[in-house]
Design a binder for this molecule. Structure first.
Ligand code: NAP
Length: 247
């Protein structure tokens, strides 16, 4: 390999990161190294080098950047992956390495949506109510919905939850998108769902469930994005590749 080829670390785990690796792999002068947390079974493997399993906090990340002579970092993680984004901001600032955040825009809030600052606040909305709720906000914070009284929860995750039901009155559904509007409507209808809970992840892939909910008259409960450290941001893989070309 030519010595003039520089390494860019892509913090991945999203479709944007996957697409970006493909773009950068075709760019002269750069080679992508994508890093994934390693939590999802059978993830899509992007072009270029791929590493799994985390770095071991900010220090581990800083060490990785130094050892691997990384020249730039593109944080293309999910908008709710708060910790790794904070680590990237701190690690890159300490190491003096340019950092770009690739972040898809959020969905614009529709009239009638109930928006909450975090999962805990969304869960409190269901206390004392008797609803049938489809939760699509991931497994990490499911615990906050415990003790919600008379509501039923249908919990949909990408990989099956192996360690028993996370909530008292729930059913588990493992399914990997993309989902169609018709398919989403069928689930809402089959389970008699009255509310959908989702993070404001943004992007095309998650839109089907929102359209289906609207068409089926199901309430939409949205968890707003967390505040993340300031850094230069773009919204598409194309813009991110252009940023890299300018370095
Ligand atoms: P997180 O809370 O921000 O990160 C927790 C720890 O996981 C980090 O400190 C880091 O471990 C490791 N990690 C996370 N992303 C990593 C990456 N791309 N490469 C290497 N290590 C990573 O993350 P999370 O919310 O659990 O999300 C995990 C992954 O799933 C992310 O890559 C994200 O893009 C993807 N994802 C998340 C969501 C979501 O809703 N949160 C949705 C879809 C996809 P060390 O400290 O050991 O480095």
């Amino acid at each position: 390999m030519s010595e003039s080829v520089r390494a860019v670390l892509i913090l991945g785990g999203t479709g944007e990161a996957f697409n970006l690796a493909g773009r950068i792999d075709a760019l002269p002068g750069w080679r992508p190294v994508t890093s994934m947390a390693g939590r999802t079974r059978s993830p899509r493997i992007p072009a270029g080098e791929v590493v799994f399993g985390g770095f071991g906090g900010v220090e581990g990340l800083a060490e990785f950047l130094k050892e691997r002579e990384v020249s730039a970092v593109i944080d293309a993680t999910h908008p709710f992956a708060e910790q790794i984004t904070r680590n990237a901001a701190e690690g890159c600032s300490e190491a003096g390495i340019p950092l770009l955040r690739l972040e898809r825009p959020p969905w614009s809030v529709k009239a009638g949506w109930r928006c909450f600052p975090d999962a805990g606040a969304a869960a409190r909305f269901f206390r004392g109510r008797e609803e049938r709720v489809l939760i699509t906000s991931g497994r990490k914070e499911l615990g906050v919905f415990a003790g919600s009284g008379a509501s039923f929860f249908l919990v949909r995750t990408v990989d099956p939850i192996q360690d028993g039901p996370p909530l008292e009155n729930c059913e588990l559904l493992a399914a990997r998108g993309p989902f169609t509007v018709a398919g989403e409507k069928k689930i809402l209808c089959d389970y008699g769902i009255t509310w959908l809970v989702t993070k404001n992840s943004g992007g095309e892939a998650g839109l089907s469930k929102l359209i289906a909910a609207e068409e089926a008259g199901v309430g939409v409960c949205v968890i707003n994005r967390p505040a993340l450290p300031d850094c230069e941001r773009v919204e598409t893989a194309l813009e991110a590749a252009r940023w890299l070309e300018r370095l």
